[in-house]
Structures are given as structure tokens and as C-alpha cells.
Design a protein around this ligand. Structure first.
Ligand SMILES: [Zn+2]
Length: 583
């Protein structure tokens, strides 16, 4: 559920937001990801309404208000997506070009899944801004405003996108006796007799998927890393057989490849009707070797930092693992689902639970995409809301470190309750994710502080991380407070304010961090969260979210100012072979 306007934000307390549905805590489902767009309250809605609406298109279009000046056409700031390719061989560069070509096919397939006929839509739009906005949204609906239509003549988007027949009802689907009907890799269509029938992606999109498969196979011949070569071959097979599991296993075995690709049907958020069917997507990635090396070095400090946590001994008895599969990348191509609407800055895959159980997951942090959000959004926000004399502490290094250490810090703390209530996750129920995200945010900052003390981080200063952290809360909360990350953000914002970690100057409307009080507040909130988790105290967790999780009128007004100043909400990428010099 996306809550964009501040009037909506202040009207909702966390108890309401929690009731709307539990959220996930995976890094790829953060504030910058797609999960927020899934309107969980409406999952059971009947799409036949959407079908009715589209039949009435011809009549309604002439009466529609003119949407030529839709105020949101400028919410995405353009950013050129590049990376240093100088360390790559000619073969690797050629391989990247092939992967981008395969990605373009995924892009067209996602258009089919999300809307239908891309060319028909785009050629019908005269206003260039509206056309660009349609390209960004992969259809005539505003993804960051609950899929509100912005082109005359279009009504509500089908919850089931183009995965199901327009006239299919939920009841009809539920009564349908068909094996595999909840599958990830098939469409539901009607046969000649009007009965529902399953059509595998490999059949429905045979031509496109065969081309993409050929491209991946060609790319595999150029791959120098054996693990990557194997993955590409298996992925090429998967596209034409719908059997993705072997390639997901192979993906988990890759460790040393400098080029990376995530390609195929991946996430299921586009299917807002049931969340069953996967959307075509691509990320082409270049590994940031230096940062990846630093991250594994920092992960080695986890056991030592665990011992120093500001909480009673019994809450820090578990020994954190040190071999987290966490790496930094530059993305050089987003396509399809990953490129629609808001842009992800972290990936956590695969989703296949069998693979996860056997091998875990890999976490990929997307550095240049974070840079885009920093330059285009965080800095302009700071210029409105952070005290002038503290703005020098808004740095990209701090922004990146805060995000990275959030991920590492999931490894700190406690996974099992200390009183035989089982896992923290199960005992805290629907509040578990918000607490876990809150923990990771704050212990990430704690880790950074400790690594400064130890001289492990040399550039910048802790104050950069603090001030950038505060500005980051303003950025995130604009995505709404309904996700686990959003809830965690608001709890921390209010807790910090109550403890004097920052204050707001009434005259200027600017916020400034108080370094010492921020450190104290961090320690106190860390302790509070770790104790609730360790005790598996569901009531206390609910209480914390309900009492601290409200967006105050003051904050709502400050966020309103960001809208007035037209600070971009997200970014859109200029990308492809030409910007990389690969033509
Ligand atoms: Zn997290």
C-alpha cells in the first residue's frame, strides 16, 4: 500500500497500518522496492469490476477531465546509469551487450504482462511528458499513486494485470479444478469454449523467450568465470522450459564473477490479485570488488561487536555467523519489473524456498542506484530540512555505509527467544518485521560507530552517518509508513525526538542532530528492541509500534513542504549500451 500524500499519512496510525497487512523484511523489499505497491487490503477484490470499466472506455473518455497537466509528471529525476568497465576484458564487455539485449526482451514481455500493447498505448499519447510517464510506469497508471490512471480513457488497472482474463472472477478461479493454477510461470487464459486454461510462459511467449535464451547462451560462451558460464546456460534452458530451479541453485554457487545478471520472471508483486505469477525483469550488474572485499572484512567483526551490544548479557548469547553473502554492485541495466516505477537499491534472491533452505540467499547492494537517490533526492531534501551548518555532514559515503551496515546488522542480536517461546519471528507475529528492520537500522549505526573507534573506517566521521541517517528518515517516510521499514522509521524518528537526539528549529523549520544525545538514544532504543525480541514480548512490540509509530502533524507538514518544493520522489534511468560505450 502506497501512501503518498501527507494528509493520508497523518490520518493513519500504526495500528491501522499493521492491520492492513504484515510486511516482509527482506532487503529487496525495502522502501525502494516493489512490495509497497501491493495493495494488501484489496487482494481479494474482484477483477470483474476492472473488466466492466474497460468496456465503458469509449463512453467515459470524452467526459474524462484533461490529464495533460498531471502534477506528478516530474516526480522522477533522470539519472545516467554508468559504471567503470575498464577492468573488464573485451569478451566481458561483449557479454554485457548481449545481456542488455536479452534484458530488452524481458522489458517487452513485462509490458505485455503489465498492460498489453505497448506501441498502441505510446503512439496514442501526444503530450511528451505523459508519454515518458507512461514509459516509466509501463502503462497508463501511476505506480506510486495506487495505480491511479493518468491518461484519459483508462480506468482502474486490473488487479491481476494481464495474467488473467479480464472477465475472470476470484470465485471462478477458486472453483477451478486445475493442478498448478497457482504457478509462478504461467498465464491464465480462456480456451475456445470459454473455459479457463493454463498457458506456460514458454508457450505464451515462445518467440521472445527463444530469442532471449539464445542471447544468454551466446553470452555464456563469452563468460570467463566458470560459475557464471554455468548459470547462464541453465538460465537459457529455464527460459524455454519454465524450470528455473536448477539455475537458481547455480546462481547461489557463483562467488567470483565480476559481471552478474538477474534475468527472467522473478517477483510476484505485479499480480496484485493473488501474488502468484512472476513478472519478467532484468538487472545487469558489475561487481564493486573493493566494497565487496570491505564488507566481508567488516562481517568478520560481528562476533566481537555482538559482545559489545548495549544490552544485558542474556540477550546477546547467540554467536553471529560471519560468512554473509553480501556484495556491492553497480547496475548498468534495469528492465521490465525492476525498471517500473520506483527503483530497487538492494536485491535479495532467489525467492525459491527450496533453494533458500539448501543454500540461503545472496544480497546485492546497488551502489550507483543509491548514488542516484542520494544526488537527486536526499541532497535536495537536506537543503529543505537539515540545519545549514550540518549539511556538510550529508555525504554519499555515509548514506552508502548506513545502507550497507543495515544489511550486515541483521546478523547481530538474537534470533531465538530466551524464555522458550521459540523464534523471535514467530513470537512477535506480524510485528516481527518492523522490529527486525528497526534493529538492523540502529545496530548498523552502532557497528559504524564501533568500526570508527577501532580505526577500521578511516574516511569521514560518525557525525556524517548521524546527520545522513536523519535525512534518510525523511526520504524513506515519503514512500509511506505501511511497510516494515516504514514502521521502523517512524518508531525511531519519534523515539529520537523524545530523547533529544535531534531538534527542530521553530523559526527555520530545520532539523539538527545532537551528537551525544543521538548516541545515547541509539543505545537506549537498541536495548529496548533487543529486550523485546529476546523476550518474544508480542504485547510490548505492539505497544511500541502503536505509541511511537504515528506521523505527527509537524512531520506531515514538513513532508508536505517537500512536495511543494517538488523534490523528486524517485529516479528514472538513462541507460543502455550507448551510455556504457558498448556500441
Ligand atoms: Zn533489512
Amino acid at each position: 500500500m502506497k501512501l503518498k500524500t501527507t494528509t493520508k499519512l497523518c490520518a493513519l496510525s500504526f495500528s491501522v497500518l499493521i492491520a492492513l497487512g504484515a510486511c516482509t523484511d527482506d532487503s529487496n523489499k525495502s522502501d525502494d522496492s516493489k512490495s509497497n505497491e501491493v495493495s494488501q487490503v484489496e487482494n481479494t477484490a474482484n477483477i470483474s469490476e476492472g473488466a466492466l470499466a474497460s468496456e465503458e472506455k469509449a463512453e467515459t473518455s470524452s467526459e474524462e477531465i484533461d490529464k495533460q497537466d498531471y502534477s506528478r509528471f516530474d516526480i522522477y529525476a533522470p539519472f545516467t546509469l554508468t559504471s567503470d568497465l575498464s577492468h573488464l576484458s573485451d569478451n566481458q564487455r561483449e557479454m554485457i551487450a548481449l545481456l542488455i539485449d536479452a534484458g530488452k526482451i524481458m522489458d517487452n514481455l513485462f509490458w505485455k504482462q503489465a498492460f498489453g500493447d505497448k506501441e498502441a498505448l505510446l503512439s496514442s499519447i501526444d503530450n511528451p511528458k505523459a508519454k515518458t510517464f507512461a514509459e516509466i510506469n509501463y502503462g497508463p497508471w501511476d505506480r506510486l499513486d495506487n495505480n491511479k490512471p493518468f491518461i484519459s480513457g483508462y480506468d482502474a488497472k486490473n488487479k491481476g494485470a494481464e495474467y488473467y482474463p479480464d472477465d475472470m472472477t476470484v470465485t471462478e478461479f477458486e472453483n477451478w479444478d486445475q493442478a498448478g493454477k497457482k504457478g509462478l510461470y504461467s498465464l491464465v487464459q480462456r480456451d475456445d469454449k470459454g473455459n479457463l486454461t493454463l498457458v506456460p510462459y514458454s508457450v505464451a511467449y515462445k518467440e521472445e523467450l527463444t530469442q532471449a535464451s539464445d542471447l544468454l547462451r551466446k553470452a555464456s560462451e563469452l563468460a570467463e568465470d566458470e560459475g557464471f558460464k554455468n548459470y547462464l546456460k541453465l538460465r537459457a534452458d529455464a527460459l524455454i522450459t519454465d524450470n528455473y530451479q536448477p539455475s537458481d541453485f547455480a546462481w547461489m554457487d557463483m562467488k567470483s564473477n565480476p559481471v552478474e545478471v538477474v534475468i527472467g520472471p522473478i517477483e510476484t508483486y505485479e499480480d496484485q490479485l493473488f501474488g502468484y505469477r512472476a513478472a519478467f525483469s532484468t538487472y545487469v550488474l558489475i561487481k564493486d570488488l573493493e566494497w565487496s572485499e570491505r564488507l566481508s572484512r567488516f562481517a568478520a567483526f560481528l562476533p566481537e561487536l555482538q559482545k559489545g551490544l548495549p544490552v544485558d548479557q542474556k540477550y546477546k548469547q547467540e554467536m553471529p555467523g560471519t560468512d554473509s553473502d553480501l556484495n556491492a554492485y553497480d547496475v548498468v541495466f534495469y528492465a521490465g519489473d525492476s525498471n517500473a516505477g520506483s527503483k530497487t537499491i538492494a536485491i535479495n534472491l532467489p525467492n525459491d524456498e527450496k533453494v533458500q533452505l539448501a543454500k540461503g540467499t545472496r544480497r546485492l547492494q546497488l551502489k550507483n542506484a543509491m548514488r542516484a537517490k542520494f544526488d537527486k533526492i536526499l541532497v535536495p531534501i537536506s537543503e529543505q530540512l537539515i540545519a545549514e551548518e550540518q549539511r556538510e555532514h550529508i555525504t554519499f559515503d555515509a548514506f552508502f555505509a548506513n545502507t550497507m551496515f543495515h544489511e550486515v546488522a541483521h546478523g547481530l542480536g538474537i534470533k531465538n527467544t530466551i524464555n522458550d517461546k521459540g523464534t523471535v519471528r514467530s513470537s512477535l507475529k506480524e510485528t516481527a518485521s518492523a522490529l527486525e528492520e528497526g534493529k538492523a537500522d540502529i545496530l548498523g549505526l552502532y557497528m559504524i560507530g564501533k568500526l570508527y573507534e577501532k580505526g577500521e573506517i578511516k574516511e569521514g566521521e560518525l557525525m556524517d552517518n548521524y546527520v545522513t541517517f536523519l535525512a534518510g528518515i525523511f526520504r524513506s517516510v515519503r514512500f509511506g509508513a505501511s511497510s516494515a521499514h516504514g514502521k521502523a522509521n517512524m518508531v525511531r524518528f519519534n523515539f529520537f525526538k523524545d530523547h533529544g537526539a535531534f531538534e527542530r528549529n521553530e523559526k527555520t523549520g530545520h532539523y539538527s542532530v545532537n551528537f551525544d544525545k543521538m548516541t545515547q538514544a541509539m543505545n537506549k532504543l537498541s536495548e529496548k528492541i533487543l529486550v523485546i525480541q529476546g523476550n518474544g514480548d508480542y504485547e510490548a512490540s505492539k505497544h511500541l509500534l502503536n505509541t511511537q509509530g504515528i506521523i505527527s502533524d509537524q512531520l506531515a507538514a514538513d513532508l508536505e513542504l517537500l512536495e511543494e518544493k517538488q523534490i523528486p520522489v524517485d529516479v528514472t534511468f538513462k541507460q543502455g549500451k550507448s551510455v556504457l560505450g558498448l556500441n
